[in-house]
Unconditional design. Structure first.
Length: 189
């Protein structure tokens, strides 16, 4: 059998497998924690099997993620503590055009690169590597929250579909994530 035929057969099998794997839905518990860093040789289906979830659940938790992953990429794992879901992330969607950079997009829409990164966790390990056709979320107008009794940054982050790190990056005045006080106003978006 020629190399071309083998390649075509491999592509056909991959399409069939991903078609059946993508038909299941659900947000299974993830045994990998809140994030997973892709290792060399990992596949999306392999990560889903290893973490006890589905490919669809991983793609839902990582907007803009298709079937391909690369080494060093950080994925948000469903059920691992942080799961933004498809409707929690504020802002509007933007399809990256050829020649775009995050700096150009930020300037065009009156925001900052760090604000774009805060609402696009799939870009955390690759802010300088975006590609045409990729869908990202543009941040909404800043939103503030007044800390209430019993609040922690983790609780606030979960309420607003972000991470503790995301809140810290928006609030440089918070040096220690374990120390916030009632009445403190923090930016959540």
């Amino acid at each position: 059998m020629s190399h071309k035929k083998i390649y075509q057969l491999f592509v056909l099998i991959a399409i069939v497998v991903t078609t059946f794997a993508g038909t299941t839905s659900g947000y299974a518990w993830s045994g990998c924690g809140s994030t997973y860093t892709v290792q060399w040789g990992d596949t999306l289906s392999g990560i889903a099997a290893k973490c006890g979830t589905t490919m669809q659940a991983i793609r839902t938790a990582n907007p803009g993620l298709w079937y391909w992953v690369f080494a060093g990429q950080t994925l948000i794992m469903p059920g691992g503590g942080y799961y933004p879901g498809p409707s929690v992330t504020p802002g509007r969607q933007y399809v990256i055009q050829w020649g775009d950079t995050l700096a150009k997009i930020a300037a065009r829409y009156g925001t900052s690169v760090s604000a774009i990164l805060a609402v696009n966790p799939q870009l955390a390990n690759r802010p300088s590597w975006i590609y045409a056709g990729e869908v990202i979320t543009l941040p909404a107008a800043p939103t503030y929250y007044t800390v209430q009794r019993g609040d922690t940054l983790r609780i606030i982050a979960a309420r607003y579909g972000t991470t503790v790190y995301g809140l810290q990056s928006l609030n440089p005045q918070i040096w220690n994530p374990n120390i916030i006080y009632v009445g403190q106003v923090i930016r959540v978006w």
